[in-house]
Design a protein. Structure first.
Ligand code: NIG
Ligand code: FE
Length: 398
């Protein structure tokens, strides 16, 4: 048993508020939080526990990055330059660049090369406090390479981070297919095989005019649901395709991006309890001007999550803390909404209810920060105040 005491806890307990506990303590046993509260009210069980003094440091739940494309070959800095010269993300994709250019580089990379590159990226996230990390496939677009990406994603767990894998084979049409419907048939045939290898925790798709139609996404989701796999969707990023309403009707865990989400989409997500994952890094990097409908999401009671969306094209960031700041400055979230978005609501977007708040019974995943108030995490940018990360009660990291 281990006891951390003398810290300022932002527990995020309950539905709103920071849940601050000054001079707070966390009692941990078997990787779980056994007790959380004021140091002065420690339960008897705490006697004999190994003690760590927090010295007044700030403690929050560990960060949950619920949307990343962390495994890939190559990079797309050339496309960054092209966009600076006026080409749009969609223009570059239609000309054969974008996702397809990363597909070529990923197919050409060995598993060891993909792992070495992904490890470095995952370490950057871990060093800013990430304790749960979602990683998508979607740059293989053939069975062997999708499997390779997902195996690499699973191996990132070696860094002391809990990894959830998402199959995003329906990300773009690979060059060897001319008909999107034929490719969707192939994806539906791959899913049970990838699942049988233990590589898939959820299924995602890209619903967009440069990717797949709602009818095509529906076929992927039907297959996923028959396999008992939860679904999520890249929806309404560049245009309103009605993807969010479709995903919600399939009980999706989350819809992600959502700049072009309609009122009907908001309503459908609220009815289904689907989480809205907002991705300020992609909004910023693509110089998007259309804002996600944050106020409508709030009013409808749709939980909002925030993630890095790390990928080589639209969001090449490895800073979850910068995303907290951008969620506030660009999208108008409060610092508390932003932190909830990258903890408890990020977990919810992955279907995980056992983390994201510092309350008894949850996983002992938390971050110790050099700071006094949790709002400082969103207020600063380009600065990492992490002192230590604790994952399932284990201090330190790779
Ligand atoms: O989340 N929108 C689709 N997928 C990614 C970008 C992928 C890429 O450009 O490589 C996203 O923004
Ligand atoms: Fe994405």
């Amino acid at each position: 048993m281990k006891l951390w005491r003398g810290g300022r806890l932002a527990t995020l307990a309950g539905e709103r508020g920071w849940g601050l506990v000054d001079d707070g303590a966390l009692l941990v046993d078997g990787g779980r939080l056994l007790w959380v509260g004021p140091s002065a009210e420690l339960p008897e069980q705490a006697a004999g526990a190994e003690v760590v003094e927090l010295g007044g440091a700030l403690v929050t739940p560990g960060l949950v990055d619920c949307h990343t494309h962390l495994v890939y070959g190559g990079n797309r800095a050339d496309e960054f330059e092209r966009r600076l010269h006026g080409e749009s993300y969609a223009d570059i994709a239609k000309a054969g660049g974008g996702i397809r250019s990363t597909v070529a580089a990923t197919r050409a990379a060995s598993e060891a090369e993909l792992l070495a590159a992904a490890r470095k990226r995952a370490l950057a996230l871990v060093h800013e406090g990430v304790t749960t990390l979602e990683v998508k496939s979607g740059y293989g677009l053939d069975l062997a390479t999708e499997a390779r990406m997902l195996r690499v994603a699973r191996r990132l767990a070696e860094l002391g981070v809990d990894v959830r894998t998402t199959c995003l084979a329906a990300h773009a049409l690979p060059p060897e297919f001319s008909a999107a419907d034929d490719y969707i048939d192939a994806v539906c045939a791959w899913l049970p095989r990838l699942q049988a290898e233990g590589l898939v925790d959820a299924v995602d798709a890209f619903c967009e005019h440069i990717a797949f139609s709602p009818a095509q996404v529906a076929r992927v989701f039907d297959t996923a649901r028959r396999l008992g796999l939860p679904v999520k969707l890249h929806a309404e990023q560049l245009s309103d395709q009605g993807g969010a309403a479709l995903a919600a009707s399939c009980g999706a865990l989350s819809c992600d991006h959502l700049e072009y989400l309609s009122p009907a989409g908001v309503h459908a997500m609220a009815q289904a309890g689907t989480v809205a994952v907002l991705l300020p890094g992609a909004f910023y990097a693509l110089k998007e001007t259309r804002l996600p409908p944050v106020e409508a999401l709030r009013e409808a009671g749709v939980p909002i999550a925030i993630a890095t969306d790390h990928n080589p094209g639209s969001s090449p960031t490895l800073s979850p803390l910068l995303m907290l700041n951008m969620a506030c400055v660009l999208f108008g979230l409060t610092p508390e909404e932003a932190l909830r978005g990258m903890t408890v609501n990020g977990a919810r977007a992955l279907g995980l209810r056992d983390r994201g708040q510092l309350v008894a019974g949850q996983r002992a995943d938390f971050c110790i920060w050099d700071g006094g108030h949790p709002r400082e995490l969103a207020a600063c940018f380009g600065h990492n105040p992490l002192i230590e990360r604790v994952s399932q009660g284990v201090q330190g990291g790779p």
